[in-house]
Write a protein that binds this ligand. Structure first.
Ligand code: ADP
Ligand code: MN
Ligand code: MN
Ligand code: MN
Length: 399
């Protein structure tokens, strides 16, 4: 999604200079001045008209949207029809499928097929009825090995070999994101080419002058609940145009699966509402909060008597592997983890009770109850949830 912004930026750059210098010669290319929707006509498609068709009955035919991750871990999807009986059965019995990997940078043109294997299914919030979204991971068709970009397969292996069955790892994933207008450069609620009033009133704010894009947050929340995701909440963030939702507590690989589908749903909601979403960790440089994905983590042993000591032991282990974890916590995180804006510096590890300037926060309740969970505040908003959740598990439960 960060890439989409960059593409939009590049487009806007050239379009804006065209608009300024050659407005009379190329009147149709005023993309910097007009919302992109008016240029392309795409986002202005009438959803009420679409609704007329979406209400039509399809009998025992179900639309099954196969969702998979491209080489940048961005969700894409394609749809096929399956009979209701199949759709209501277990996801393992859904047919495997394939897509053109040469179009996603995941396979050469002369051997282009990528095999996708259904792993989890969710009621489809966009089509309703018996239609479903199916989360898939990616394989080489010839020998069935996972693609190098398939981080789910090694995460599953890590959970299995590390004894996740007994340790029952829980995750609470706080996904932050930033909304942009269709010009790709102006966050929602910001004046074109300028800055809003400084941060302060926006976090958990209400009102037309402080909350921007609530429709996205609301629609996404409902859509995720409809899809059966364990969304635990949502809030407006510190930077205007920035929002957060939380998935969890969810167990093991299911947490990253749910987060992945929730990101896909977010991009679909933003497509409908005509805004651009990015999970870049620092979309606006300077004194504006970046975006993270704090990972709250607990196991059987941290949740029972004596848990606090186990958590402190985990913090020590996480500290010893700080560099390895930072490398796995998302691209561009060095722009976000500056030591300011409620972050700890990227090259210093720290942990503490209720301290939001630490790498790891032990919540006050956990300290008081002497059991509970820890919060790893380092992961960026664009972190790969499969890599991060499985790595935290491996490090924290290592001998
Ligand atoms: P913050 O105060 O950091 O903003 P949030 O309320 O946004 O915290 O997110 C905390 C997340 O942690 C929620 O998704 C919550 O469900 C999850 N959580 C709560 N208890 C546990 C636990 N024992 N283990 C893992 N995650 C937990
Ligand atoms: Mn939060
Ligand atoms: Mn937050
Ligand atoms: Mn947090």
């Amino acid at each position: 999604m960060a890439r989409e912004i960059l593409v939009a930026l590049a487009l806007c750059g050239s379009a804006a200079s065209l608009a300024a210098g050659r407005r009379h010669a190329r009147p149709t290319l005023r993309m910097g001045a007009e919302p992109l929707s008016q240029v392309t006509g795409m986002a202005s498609m009438d959803q009420a008209v679409l609704g007329k068709y979406m209400g039509l009955d399809t009998g025992d035919d179900c639309q099954v949207e196969y969702v998979f991750l491209d080489k940048d871990q961005v969700a894409r999807s394609k749809c096929r029809t399956l009979p209701l009986k199949k759709v209501q059965g277990p996801v393992d019995a859904y047919p495997k499928w394939n897509y053109d990997g040469s179009s996603t940078g995941q396979a050469p043109g002369d051997d282009s097929e990528v095999m996708i294997v259904p792993r989890a299914k969710y009621p489809d919030p966009f089509r309703g009825g018996n239609h479903v979204l199916v989360l898939c991971d990616t394989y080489v068709p010839d020998d069935g090995t996972p693609l190098p970009t398939n981080t789910r397969a090694p995460a599953v292996a890590r959970f299995e070999s590390g004894g996740a069955e007994e340790q029952v790892p829980w995750y609470g994933l706080e996904q932050e994101y930033t909304l942009f207008n269709l010009d790709g450069v102006t966050p929602l609620g910001w004046p074109v080419g300028g800055f809003p009033k400084p941060q302060g009133p926006y976090y958990c704010g209400a009102g037309a002058d402080r909350a921007f894009g609530r429709a996205v947050s609301e629609a996404h929340y409902r859509a995720c609940l409809y899809a059966g995701l364990e969304v635990s909440g949502t809030n407006a963030e510190v930077m205007p145009g920035q929002w957060e939702y939380q998935i969890g507590p969810s167990i093991g690989i299911d947490a990253a699966d749910q987060l992945t589908i929730s990101r896909y749903i977010l991009s679909r909601v933003c497509e409908d509402l005509g805004v651009i979403v990015t999970i870049d960790p620092k979309p606006i440089a300077g004194d504006w909060n970046g975006a993270g994905m704090h990972i709250n983590f607990s196991t059987e042993s941290t949740r029972k008597e004596g848990g606090l000591a186990v958590i402190e032991g985990m913090c020590e282990k996480l500290g010893a592997k700080h560099t390895e974890h930072i490398a796995a916590y998302g691209e561009g995180n060095e722009r976000r983890l500056t030591g300011d804006c409620e972050t700890a510096s990227i090259d210093q590890f720290s942990y503490g009770v209720a301290d939001r300037s630490c790498s790891i926060r032990i919540p006050r309740d956990t300290a008081a109850d002497k059991k509970g969970y820890l919060e790893d505040r380092r992961p960026a908003s664009n972190v790969d949830p499969y890599v991060a959740t499985s790595l935290i598990f491996a490090t924290c439960t290592s001998a």
